[in-house]
Ligand binder design. Structure first.
Ligand code: CU
Length: 68
């Protein structure tokens, strides 16, 4: 199991949190997603077949890009 914490500045409210959690949970291999509007971070637990690039790509596609 991989756990990654991503900084996503566009998280502003509960709707953002819900959208991110719903979209990422749909990816096969994503086990858990916790997004926070307070920390503007998303913590994701995942295993293959999904990888970090796919997760970041999905976030970018829904207009919540992760920044370094
Ligand atoms: Cu929002």
């Amino acid at each position: 199991m991989n756990t990654v914490t991503l900084n996503v500045p566009n998280i502003n409210c509960g709707h953002c949190v819900h959208s991110i959690q719903t979209e990422l949970s749909d990816l096969e291999g994503v086990k858990d997603v916790k997004a926070s509007a307070d920390t503007k971070q998303v913590v994701i637990q995942f295993d293959a077949p999904v990888d970090l690039q796919t997760i970041k790509g999905t976030l970018a596609d829904i207009n919540y890009p992760a920044v370094d």
